[in-house]
Design a protein around this ligand. Structure first.
Ligand code: BES
Ligand code: MN
Ligand code: ZN
Length: 494
């Protein structure tokens, strides 16, 4: 369950609630809401700014408990950082940090006036949308595999209001739907691979489609894929006792006969590397190797929840990559669904081997208007772009631009890398039409080059989300990226 969102049109000092949030800049300037609270409390905020107790540093916050003169039980004064350089990214960061601070308080309802702060180039619907998504992001708790806790622990945030008028309502509605999709993606990706295996992803997709008349679900099992000739995908799956699935969700929200948009998401529920086994340190993070699948499914959930007037299909090749006596091996030559043969030089470059068959099948089956895949495809992408940007690769400049723009608008940002033909020669093989790895240099690009050979004639783009799909570290959680980017891209198509 996501947070409940609402709009509040009132002066901050008058609202009776457990906590209100107002902003202060680093230079001591109070936002207009903070100024109102300040005058209602006889200068309480001003004095603490002057004494240095409130720094205004971006992401900091100071709690004022039951100050006289305001109806709310608490005031959380949120630092906005330097006023001159305040921009959209800072607004998002501050919104998230404020929501985290709020989440540590024993409050179940709060109202934020941060949405009144001017953000260059963005309107109030955008501000409300970003703030609501940040609040829901911070409020998400992973609980699925803990011992159930006592109910009477401290109250948790369940609802949040944002200062805003009717013109922000669309932003709030979109936030509700996107938050639902982000939660769906995060929960699926956070689950351990002994629970979230290919069959689990198929069940979740089926459960989502159940009872929705514009949504249908279809799952191809390994026998059907064998018959159809998914030679590349099935080779990857062979080492695991958990049989692969091709999970297909279809949403008919647009005109009958309109070509659908198609998303394909890498669904490796655990990537051990296979016979080209990964080192032990950090291998547990490879449960997130279905982050692309989670992302496209989450975007699908958001699109359905918004009731977007378009047709959309979502295809998830779900497999586990394991070492076994029956595993595929380096030097094997596979025949893909497209007919192209592939020399396996490294069984850890498995993502592209499942995606190529999924791309071929999706293109053949749906003749989509546009085909976009999302995948935690390469460590090289993390080296190139780090944790902040997903990589976009496409031969279609207009499509790449659309995705970059959607990333900017949603602040789920992406950066383009080249997909020039010059890189293709790195994939030459002496034994097959193509090799599955391209050597040391430009690993994210050569992975995309590999995929491009299976997207011939398609209006196609590839998103490498290896750096953005989850937060690093022992307690790192799935981020839900690129749900917001893809949802925005779909909104922009309507
Ligand atoms: N799932 C990994 C990519 C990955 C690595 C994502 C680290 C996030 C963090 C992918 O299947 C993989 O193992 N790729 C190899 C490719 C190589 C063998 C050409 C890699 O990046 O090392
Ligand atoms: Mn791998
Ligand atoms: Zn992988």
């Amino acid at each position: 369950m996501t947070l409940q969102f609402s709009l509040v049109a009132a002066s901050p000092e008058t609202v009776e609630t457990a906590c209100i949030l107002v902003g202060v800049y680093e230079n001591g300037v109070l936002s207009s809401a903070a100024a109102k609270v300040d005058s209602a409390t006889d200068g309480l905020i001003r004095r603490q700014v002057d004494s240095g107790d409130i720094s205004g540093k971006a992401g900091s916050s100071t709690l004022l408990f039951a100050p006289e003169g305001v109806a709310a039980k608490r005031v959380l004064v949120v630092g906005l950082g330097a006023q001159k350089s305040f921009d959209a990214a800072r607004y998002q960061k501050v919104s998230l940090e404020a929501a985290r601070a709020l989440g540590r308080l024993p409050v179940s309802y709060a109202v934020s006036w941060l949405t009144e702060i001017d953000v260059p180039g963005r309107d109030s619907a955008w501000r409300v949308r970003i703030a609501a998504l940040a609040a829901d992001h911070a409020a998400y708790r992973y609980t699925a595999t803990f011992k159930p806790r006592d109910k009477n622990a401290q109250p948790e945030l369940g609802a949040i209001g944002f200062a805003g008028k009717a013109d922000a309502q669309a932003g709030l509605d979109q936030a509700g739907a996107i938050a639902e999709g982000v939660r769906y993606a995060r929960e699926l990706a956070n689950l351990p691979p002994n629970i979230c295996n290919p069959a689990h992803i198929a069940e979740q997709a089926r459960a989502f489609a159940e009872g929705k008349d514009k949504v249908s679900c279809r799952v191809l099992d390994h026998v059907e894929m064998e018959t159809l000739g998914f030679g590349s995908l099935l080779a990857v799956a062979r080492g695991s006792i958990n049989k692969p699935k091709l999970v297909v969700l279809q949403y008919d929200g647009g005109n009958e006969g309109d070509k659908p948009y198609a998303f394909v998401g890498k669904g490796v529920t655990f990537d051990s590397g296979g016979i080209s086994l990964k080192p032990g340190a950090g291998m547990e993070e490879m449960k997130f190797d279905m982050g692309g699948a989670a992302g496209v499914l989450g975007a699908f959930v958001a699109a359905v929840s918004m009731g977007l007037k378009l047709n959309l299909v979502c295809v998830v090749p779900a497999v586990e990559n394991m070492p076994d006596g029956d595993s595929y091996r380096p030097s094997d030559v596979l025949t893909s669904l497209s007919g192209l043969t592939i020399e396996v030089l490294n069984t850890d470059a498995e993502g592209r081997l499942i995606l190529c068959d999924a791309l071929t099948w999706t293109a053949q089956t749906f003749q989509p208007h546009t085909l976009i895949d999302a995948a935690t495809l390469t460590g090289a992408c993390v080296i190139a772009l780090g944790k902040h940007a997903s990589a976009v690769m496409s031969k279609h400049d207009d499509l790449a631009d659309e995705l970059l723009a959607a990333g900017e608008a949603s602040l789920d940002r992406a950066w383009r890398m080249p997909l020039w033909d010059e890189y293709q020669s790195q994939l030459e093989s002496g034994f097959a039409d193509v090799a599955n790895i391209g050597g040391k240099s430009a690993g994210a690009i050569t992975a995309a080059c590999f995929l491009s050979r299976f997207a011939e004639g398609q209006r196609w783009a590839h998103l490498d989300i290896a750096g953005t799909a989850w937060d690093e570290g022992r307690k790192g959680l799935a981020t839900g990226r690129p749900v917001a980017l893809l949802a925005q891209w779909l909104i922009d198509r309507c």
